[in-house]
Design a protein around this ligand. Structure first.
Ligand code: ACM
Ligand code: ZN
Length: 555
């Protein structure tokens, strides 16, 4: 061996030695029982290993390719980890990932993973998340989040915790595309900042649709530039039902409370970064008193009206015989579509009493002119007209199951709330359906009996019943099952005075629903879910969530 050859051999051994040292510094043997694998919703497939990878401030996030969307996901991960770790991990592109890295890899040829699936692989050298679409990488990151010690959720630097990830392989994708929740700022307003927290929580559990019930008899909560009176007079009410005694008014003026268009845009953008679609709900033809307070000429009787101070349903609804009503709601929907890029626009459509329409000369004239049978067909006329308008703008109408009455426009979708009959009928006719029956999805119902529970609207929906829910009704033939887009938990706002109420009624039931809509049916197991949720109680404590504890003890 000449001098050069000897130098080459020494260099080779040095590089190899350094590699082995760096490799070994990340290999920590561990027993399988210690591995903290408590993922909700349960992934499709997990293969466990018996070692761990430990993140530290030198861990690098590698994005492949280095496109805007993958870099944004890298930054999201780095931003999330930074407070608790006390270090912002570098995000960079590299063709040859070294050890101690988290690789986010977008690979459109992994088609079997679908639009939201991902592969997650952790070895002692690091983590690789692969997906065909950015949403899949995002969900892989949520899985990583849940595999890290719960203190990673802290927004302050945490000392003395090793940021370990169990080594394993996961392949995962959702069972349903609509994994929804509904919040109701019309009855009790919800601040923008709190909505952002709620969206983050939804993302943690891979929920992806947040319906905002923005208008009702008790309030109008969204700025419409063309009609400022909507929020000037529609966002204030004289009083509300008294907590603990709903038949009595509390004597306290409520409002003005509404979202400005800038705030809505901020909420929508924040949610989009977390792969949550905000679905706006603008109620029509019923639940529309707040609009009629500002514009009484849009009702059948002409008013005058006051914002409703009791919960329940108002008999005064939009006049279906007045063309000005269609102009008005279309103007509103035009601004709404400008703020919300969602494919679906929810137009409510529930609980529209027909008393006024039965007596209104304009409504009766419309029935005559259009050759309609009755006021149910008049509601159908109303909905079809709005459906046509939304479709002309490239959007799709969705509404509560009453919109089926009198016939439904072909592209419209139905949210089945009065049980599952509406959903079965709609899917049977070829409409897409989101299941949200009161029996399993009304999260404003009490989750336990007894005096310890906060005041609720009525009803009883324990966690186990939510977990047991199967969104696809047996009655549907195989070719109609595909119309069930998923399910949604509704947290109606009458008794949600504060974010603490919202969280108590939402969690853990939203976790159970997340598993209903994500996990393959054959992998669902209640006792296993409850065991995993116990671990999540600690995570939710660190985040600061007022969930209902499994043992029923108040926090
Ligand atoms: C509803 O609960 N009225 C949809
Ligand atoms: Zn009328």
């Amino acid at each position: 061996m000449n001098y050069n050859q000897r130098v080459q051999v020494i260099m080779l051994w040095t590089v190899l030695g350094l590699f082995i040292i760096s490799f070994q510094s990340h290999v920590t043997p561990c027993c399988a029982a210690d591995l903290n694998i408590k993922i909700i919703p349960k992934p499709t497939k997990i293969e466990k290993g018996d070692t761990i990878f430990t993140l530290n401030e030198k861990t690098v996030i590698i994005v492949k390719p280095s496109s805007t969307e993958v870099k944004a996901l890298g930054s999201y991960l780095s931003d999330f980890l930074a407070p608790a770790m006390g270090a912002r991990l570098t995000v960079k592109s590299s063709w040859f990932p070294k050890s101690n890295s988290i690789v986010l890899r977008l690979n459109s040829s992994e088609k079997r993973l679908g639009d939201e699936g991902y592969m997650f692989k952790c070895t002692p050298r690091g983590v690789t998340i692969t997906a065909a679409k950015p949403a899949g990488i995002f969900y892989g990151i949520q899985t990583l989040r849940q595999l890290l010690p719960v203190q990673i959720e802290s927004r302050q630097k945490v000392y003395g915790v090793a940021w370990t990830v169990p080594c394993l392989s996961i392949e995962d994708q959702p069972r349903f595309q609509w994994r929804g929740m509904l919040l109701d700022p019309a009855r009790h307003f919800i601040t923008k900042d709190y909505l952002l927290k709620y969206i983050d929580l939804m993302a943690l559990y891979k929920l992806n649709q947040l319906q905002l019930h923005l208008t009702d008899d008790q309030g109008w909560r969204i700025e419409i530039k063309k009609y400022p009176r909507l929020t000037e007079s529609g966002s204030i009410r004289k009083e509300s039902p008294m907590p603990g005694n709903r038949k009595q008014g509390d004597g306290k003026p409520y409002g003005p409370f509404f979202y400005t268009q800038d705030q809505i845009r901020e909420i929508v953008a924040y949610a989009a970064k977390r792969f949550v679609t905000i679905v706006p709900e603008i109620e029509m033809p019923g639940h529309s008193l707040a609009a009629s307070v500002a514009f009484p000429e849009l009702s059948c009787t002409g008013g005058p009206f006051e914002i409703r101070t009791k919960w329940g349903i108002e008999p005064d609804i939009y006049c279906a015989g007045n063309d000005k009503v269609f102009e008005f709601v279309q103007d509103i929907l035009t601004e709404v579509m400008d703020m919300f890029p969602s494919t679906f626009i929810h137009i409510g459509g529930d609980e529209a009493p027909k008393d006024r329409w039965n007596k209104c000369p304009k409504c009766q004239a419309r029935i005559q002119k259009e050759g309609l049978k009755d006021t149910h067909e008049l509601q159908s006329y109303f909905v079809r007209r709005i459906d046509k308008f939304l479709a002309s703008k490239g959007r799709r109408l969705i509404g509560w199951d009453e919109i089926l009455e009198g016939g439904l426009a072909p592209g419209a979708a139905v949210m089945s709330w009065r049980g599952i009959k509406g959903g079965i009928a709609a899917a049977g006719e070829g409409h897409d359906v989101v299941m949200s029956p009161t029996t399993h999805c009304y999260f404003d119902y009490a989750q336990a009996k007894g005096d310890n529970e906060p005041e609720a609207i009525g009803g009883f929906l324990p966690l186990e019943k939510v977990y047991d829910y199967e969104p696809i009704p047996d009655q549907l033939s195989a070719d109609r099952k595909k119309h069930i887009l998923g399910a949604q938990g509704n947290v109606w706002g009458e008794y949600m005075w504060t974010p603490q109420n919202i969280e108590y009624f939402s969690y853990p039931r939203a976790c159970a629903l997340a598993e209903v809509v994500w996990t393959p049916l054959e992998l669902k197991n209640l006792s296993d879910f409850l065991d995993r949720f116990v671990a999540h109680e600690k995570r939710l404590d660190v985040i600061g969530v007022n969930y209902r504890k499994l043992d029923g003890q108040q926090k």
